[in-house]
Each structure stands twice: as C-alpha cells, then as structure tokens.
Design a protein. Sequence first.
Length: 167
Amino acid sequence: MAILQEKYPLENSKPLKKTLERIGGFVPILLFFVLPLIIFIPSQDFNLFLSKTMAVIIVLALFVLYSICIYIYEVFYMKHYFYDVNGKTLIIKKGVFSKNEISLPFNRLQDVYVDQDILDRMFGLYDVHVSSATFVSGWLSHIDGLNKKNSEIIKEMLLEDINKHGE
C-alpha cells in the first residue's frame, strides 16, 4: 500500500506561505519603528547621511537574509514532514531540529475538519485537523499545506477509518 503522503502530497507553495507567515510580524516593526528611527534622525552633515543610508541598507539586508534562512528552514521542514495510516493509527511526524511524532489511534479520534487561514486562501492551501481528547493532538495533529482535492480525500478517508474502527 502506498504511503498516504505519496498519494496525497503537500503543495510546493507551503514553504513560501510559512515563510511569509513567520516574517509577517517583523514587517510592521521594520516599517514603522526601525526604518523611521534611522531615516528621521536629523542629519547635520554628509557623513551622517552616509551612515543613515548604510544603516538602512544593513537593516534591509539582515531582513532579507533572515527571510532566506526561514525559507530554507521551511523547505527542510517540508522534506521531513511525514504522514501515513498504519493499520488503525494515523501517524504524523514533523520537525527539523526537534522532531515531533504523534500516533493517533482511530478509535480515539473525535473530529476531522479542514480549514484555511488567510495566507492559506491566498496560496490555495488547506489544513486537515484531527483531534482527540488530548492537548497534544490538538497542537500537533494536523496536516497542513494540502490542495483542496487532497484535503477533502484525506478528510473523508480519516472519517471512514474513524467510523470503521470506532464500532
């Protein structure tokens, strides 16, 4: 039997979406606090102007470098992302530096649903969430970055397995 992840893979746009999600909080700080501080400090001479220009270039270069590092991390995260059904259990593995694995027996699952956040909508991505009564399942047990078709197929497949193993 083929691995669920191979039959219904994550979308290649997932790392870009996750990168934008992670750097999104820094953009307002950069635009409204850091750059105005550098730009609007009064300059008395040409040397100070050069220093201000250099400071802006350095801040922007650091932001671009940070964004590239986040994107590379997200690509590796996606390469290490694993999900499959093994008998009566859904297995999800995630992580690059700290690996997380969750095994969810179908007879313990209570809900399966598909959702999107605002960036998911922009990229056409969907997340399949699976929950049981435990806290960890709500935090780790989702497959994020699927297209609409694959998310619906996985959702229906999981619901069928829950009904079959819950009886």
